[in-house]
Design a protein around this ligand. Structure first.
Ligand SMILES: O=C(O)CCC(=O)C(=O)O
Ligand SMILES: [Fe+2]
Length: 155
């Protein structure tokens, strides 16, 4: 099944923040789509949540970051787990810049859920079915707040 046809690019600019401890660059979230490809400049700030800990994703020249998104977690019935991440406010004088490309399904009215090939009596579905249109509407009407989208569709 194809599910990567719709690609959306978002650019982020994080200016110098003189009091970074008082705010956030981007609050904690996981990306809703299938995969995200991200490039960042040399200024740090991106963090991923591993267990209860936030770990820095150190910028590496020429490297790209690939995030697993929520709908891949759902389609794989939790075989792949989407990554919760956030960006700290930027304490450096140079701005932080990142460019993300989100790979999403293009069939907005098609039903999505765990792939039937992965399910059996021993491995029941962990998520309900939904259209991608309904799913994205829910994403855009909520806060960027951790993994609430996967939690909403979990059975
Ligand atoms: O700026 C970044 O490094 C992350 C951006 C991000 O998480 C997003 O666009 O979903
Ligand atoms: Fe993100």
């Amino acid at each position: 099944m194809s599910c990567l046809e719709a690609r959306i690019m978002a650019s982020h600019y994080y200016p110098y923040c003189p009091q970074p401890e008082l705010t956030a660059g981007l609050t904690s979230h996981s990306d809703p789509g299938v995969l995200t490809v991200l490039v960042q400049n040399e200024i740090p700030g991106l963090q991923v949540k591993v267990g209860e800990e936030w770990l820095d994703v150190e910028p590496v020249e020429g490297a790209i970051v690939i995030n697993i998104g929520d709908i891949l977690q759902i389609m794989s019935n939790d075989r792949y787990i989407s990554v919760e991440h956030r960006v700290l406010a930027n304490p450096c004088k140079e701005p932080r810049v990142s460019v993300a490309v989100f790979f999403n399904p293009s069939l907005r009215d098609k039903m999505f859920g765990p792939l039937s090939e992965l399910l059996s009596d021993a491995k029941p579905a962990h998520y309900q079915q939904f259209t991608f249109a309904e799913y994205m509407k829910r994403f855009f009407s909520k806060e960027l707040d951790g993994k609430t989208l996967t939690n909403y569709y979990r059975l």
